[in-house]
Unconditional design. Structure first.
Length: 136
């Protein structure tokens, strides 16, 4: 500080600092300060925020529900395709087991012989439309 006084001139003279100017207010002028929000406005803003949060929650919930349903649909479709493949394999096995050649070889293996007309006995229905007692 001493050096600054020397540079400006005489060391014996007290330095005068510039005083900040004070502005005087006009007593007739009123200064309007913005007041805080009224209770009604605060409630309105709170209600608006609550509504926005509720709508956002509903939207997120719906997307989560849709995602869950889509994953269940994909699982069911995979299960259906596996069952269709299994059904196709079973149908192929049925047709293979029902073939005439296979039935003939199985019958011969079990010792069966073709049926003669003498072995077939036909029973005629009796009068009155009743079945004979032996057919029951």
């Amino acid at each position: 500080m001493a050096l600054a006084a020397y540079i400006q001139g005489n060391l014996a003279v007290e330095r005068k600092l510039p005083n900040p100017q004070k502005t005087e207010r006009d007593p007739r002028k009123k200064i309007y300060r913005p007041k805080g929000l009224s209770v009604r406005e605060k409630l309105f803003y709170l209600f608006t925020v609550v509504i926005c949060v509720a709508v956002a929650c509903v939207i997120v919930w719906r997307y989560a529900h849709i995602y869950k349903m889509n994953s269940e649909i994909h699982q069911i479709q995979k299960q259906i395709s596996r069952m269709e493949a299994s059904n196709n394999e079973l149908n192929r096995q049925i047709s293979k087991l029902q073939s005439y050649d296979r039935l003939l070889t199985e019958a011969k293996r079990l010792g069966m012989v073709p049926v003669d007309d003498k072995q077939i006995s036909r029973i005629e229905p009796t009068a009155g439309g009743k079945k004979p007692d032996s057919a029951r």
